[in-house]
Design a protein around this ligand. Structure first.
Ligand SMILES: Cc1cc2nc3c(=O)[nH]c(=O)nc-3n(C[C@H](O)[C@H](O)[C@H](O)COP(=O)(O)OP(=O)(O)OC[C@H]3O[C@@H](n4cnc5c(N)ncnc54)[C@H](O)[C@@H]3O)c2cc1C
Length: 420
């Protein structure tokens, strides 16, 4: 087993896929390690669906590796349906992600859990990973943290924040589940289902802190996808709390699915097809970097000269402590920039953040965390790492214009930025 690479990307979710492909296409020798036996992270292991918006008005604002994924899914007949234009088939996503990575020359290593990092003089010298063959040490010139939880950054001693400023509580976790055998033509309106759900909560037939019923249609016409359970006051980086969250999520998923079957027209012959392999984690560690992105930056559509990705998804905070969801939207047709500096952690010199745990406040994180944007963030981290390898520099000193130029060459779009 080869143990030394130019770039090691840890975590194979949307951010890690973007990062690994971006770095490899910029010329680096890249290893992508992933704890599960498949890629996708949120998109597969957490069964998150659909892609949230990647448009500002009618203008598509995210391309690059994300567009490669859309092209593959579309070619596989696995993207969108009449009722759900941005839904994708998670099994197809796994295959498409592997193809995209392997076509770019990325080496994949599954069933490999990052467990520690060895740091000296602000440089990560190596990481320790747990495999079926025991503990291994892997080395790279640059590491990209795409674990979503900032695991490498944490092990390497970077500055970390968690949760909202007043009490450190993160957004709740949600165990996604799917029901199959649903007659969707006969479903009552969302408002009617929610009204019955609220009554059932009042009668204590259902114990779930979520205030309404949240579901999406899928690519399969008899399947309904539920983003419904809500597990509050748990911490996805605390092993015991994380375990208890899984157990409570499964209890809620079973209780709600059985209630739907008994009470809601269209569900009479339905069944709980699957709970996600792991509970969905909206928020855990955020890694403090050269720039702390705020909700005000996003909502005012601030332009950054070192923009490396764009997004238009709203600030969307599921109450960390109970019922309620705060949504703050951009003006129609607007988008925001994400600056390169938010991917560059303080203190650790050979590390980039390629996923949802970039340097942002709790509020800004709630917007930039969705999959299309994270693809864009990861892609930029990978390109930056690849260029650093080629020029022998560190991420903090990288020339953002060269990163932008290479991103554009690789098919990304960067809002107002374009080079002749
Ligand atoms: C309940 C829920 C609903 C959501 N709804 C939507 C939605 O409808 N649309 C949308 O676009 N987005 C949605 N999101 C957001 C989105 O799914 C995530 O924010 C996004 O997947 C983050 O991507 P990432 O690559 O940063 O992290 P992840 O997708 O979490 O990927 C991280 C990867 O790293 C791996 N990993 C982690 N730690 C280690 C380790 N120590 N060693 C090895 N591997 C490791 C994981 O297995 C995983 O594959 C939702 C999220 C949740 C939780």
């Amino acid at each position: 087993m080869k143990t030394n690479y130019d770039v090691i990307v840890c975590g194979g979710g949307p951010g890690g896929i973007g990062a690994a492909v971006g770095a490899a296409r910029a010329g680096a020798d890249v290893l992508l390690i992933e704890r599960y036996g498949f890629l996708g992270g949120g998109a597969t292991a957490m069964m998150v669906n659909p892609f949230m918006t990647y448009f500002a008005g009618k203008r598509q604002i995210i391309h690059g590796v994300f567009q490669l994924m859309l092209n593959k899914l579309t070619a596989m007949g696995a993207y969108g349906s009449e009722k759900a234009p941005r839904a994708f088939d998670a099994e197809a996503f796994k295959i498409a992600a592997e193809e995209i990575c392997r076509e770019a020359g990325v080496t994949l290593l599954y069933h490999t859990f990052l467990a520690d990092a060895q740091t000296q003089d602000n440089q990560i010298q190596s990481i320790s990973v747990a495999t079926k063959d025991g503990l291994k040490t892997l080395q790279a010139k640059i590491f990209i943290d795409s674990t979503g939880d900032g695991d490498i950054a944490f092990f390497a001693g970077a500055d970390i924040e968690k949760g909202r400023s007043e009490d450190g509580l993160t957004q709740p976790m949600t165990l996604n589940f799917r029901m199959a055998g649903v007659d969707i033509q006969r479903l009552p309106s969302r408002a009617e289902i929610t009204a019955k759900y609220v009554e059932a909560k009042e009668r204590e037939e259902i114990q779930c802190p979520r205030e309404n019923i949240l579901y999406f249609f899928a690519t399969q016409l008899d399947v309904v996808h539920f983003n419904q359970t809500r597990i509050i006051r748990h911490d996805a980086t605390d092993p015991i709390s994380f375990t208890l969250a899984e157990i409570e999520g499964r209890r809620q998923a079973w209780q709600i699915s059985q209630w739907l079957i008994r009470n809601i027209p269209g569900f009479e012959k339905a069944y709980l097809q699957q709970t996600a392999p792991q509970i969905g984690v909206r928020e855990s560690r955020r890694v403090i970097g050269e720039y702390l992105l705020t909700a005000e930056d996003l909502l005012s559509a601030l332009r950054f000269k070192d923009v490396i990705a764009c997004g238009s998804y709203s600030v969307d905070i599921h109450n960390p402590d109970g019922e309620g969801t705060v949504i703050k939207k951009l003006k129609p047709g607007e988008w925001y920039d994400i600056p390169y500096r938010s991917l560059v952690p303080l203190k650790v010199d050979n590390l980039l953040i390629g996923g949802r745990s970039i340097s942002s406040t709790h509020e800004a994180h709630s917007a930039i965390r969705v999959m299309p944007i994270v693809f864009g963030i990861g892609h930029a981290a990978g390109v930056a790492a690849g260029l650093c390898i080629a020029s022998g520099t560190i991420p903090r000193q990288a020339d953002y214009r060269k990163i932008q130029r290479e991103l554009l060459r690789q098919g990304a779009t960067l809002g107002d930025i374009c080079f002749e």
